[in-house]
Design a protein. Structure first.
Lengths: 102, 175
């Protein structure tokens, strides 16, 4: 099989790209897409470690399933917030949302 | 180092899909194209799940991520599209700092993965500890077994209900 570290390097690259997207993009929807990338990278890591280290124990797959649930909830609430902000401010650029800035 | 068998080729193809899609997501100016790249990336991830013998999670990835979340994101892009959004800058002023943070994080992760700092065998093993793999049946039993994951499972269902109600309340038109 392919060595474990290759899966981990792919997941690390995906997670770093997601971090860059979250920090650098201005559009709130793009930031949410980058968060989805990061969650998916975490899932690849979980499944890779499960397969190579504890393939008969279900903890890795169960954790990945819960990550799916969290990702779905996060996407639903996040996009609802984006639509709500767009309705009140006519913009989805995160720098325009400065209501709570001191 | 790597012998070219069908499994390695499939791994390379799916990795390129996953990472190329990820690059497209963070760099693309057009958000609709970005969402389509996200679908490509998630499909690559589903392929990696199949290679890691987790077929149920691969199916969930296609159904939930590609079928629901990506479509939801495309809906949100279309609902919030403004004329000004395309001509303005894609990145904020700290994009170079963000790039440094991303590269530094990747370097740290790769060092942690490649150096044997987490034990003698480390992550260099190319063979799993056993060829006996738990199946989807085991996953289903584990999720409803009283000694394993039934409580997190119920909490997850509660979380989904709360998120659904919250999304409806937040996105409702108040006027």
């Amino acid at each position: 099989m392919v060595p474990l570290w290759m899966y981990l390097v792919v997941a690390a690259a995906m997670f770093s790209l997601g971090v860059y997207g979250v920090l650098a993009r201005r559009n709130a929807v793009a930031i949410l897409m980058s968060v989805e990338l990061m969650l998916n990278a975490v899932n690849i890591n979980l499944i890779a470690f499960w397969r190579y280290v504890t393939p008969t124990n279900m903890s890795g797959q169960a954790f990945a399933a819960f990550v799916f649930v969290i990702a779905a909830a996060e996407a639903a609430v996040g996009l609802a917030i984006v639509i709500s902000i767009y309705r009140s401010r006519r913009s989805v650029v995160v720098e325009d949302v400065n209501l709570l800035r001191g | 180092m790597l012998e070219l068998n069908p499994q390695t080729i499939a791994f390379l193809v799916f990795s390129i899909l996953a990472l190329g899609g990820a690059v497209g997501v963070v760099t693309n100016r057009n958000l609709i194209h970005g969402a389509l790249y996200l679908i490509v990336s998630l499909f690559g991830g589903a392929g990696l799940f199949v290679l890691l013998s987790a077929p149920f999670l691969a199916a969930v990835q296609v159904l939930v991520y590609i079928g629901a979340i990506a479509i939801l994101i495309i809906f949100a892009v279309m609902l919030t599209r403004s004329m000004a959004a395309n001509v303005r800058e894609v990145y904020n002023r700290q994009w170079w700092l963000s790039a440094i943070v991303g590269v530094a994080l990747f370097a740290a992760l790769v060092v942690g993965v490649l150096l044997p700092v987490w034990g003698d065998a480390g992550t260099n093993s190319s063979q799993p500890v056993s060829d006996l793999v738990a199946t989807t049946v085991d996953l289903g039993v584990a999720l409803v077994d009283g000694n394993q994951y039934v409580l997190p499972f119920e909490v997850a269902s509660l979380l989904l209900t709360a998120a659904m109600i919250g999304a409806i309340v937040i996105a409702r038109d108040n006027e």
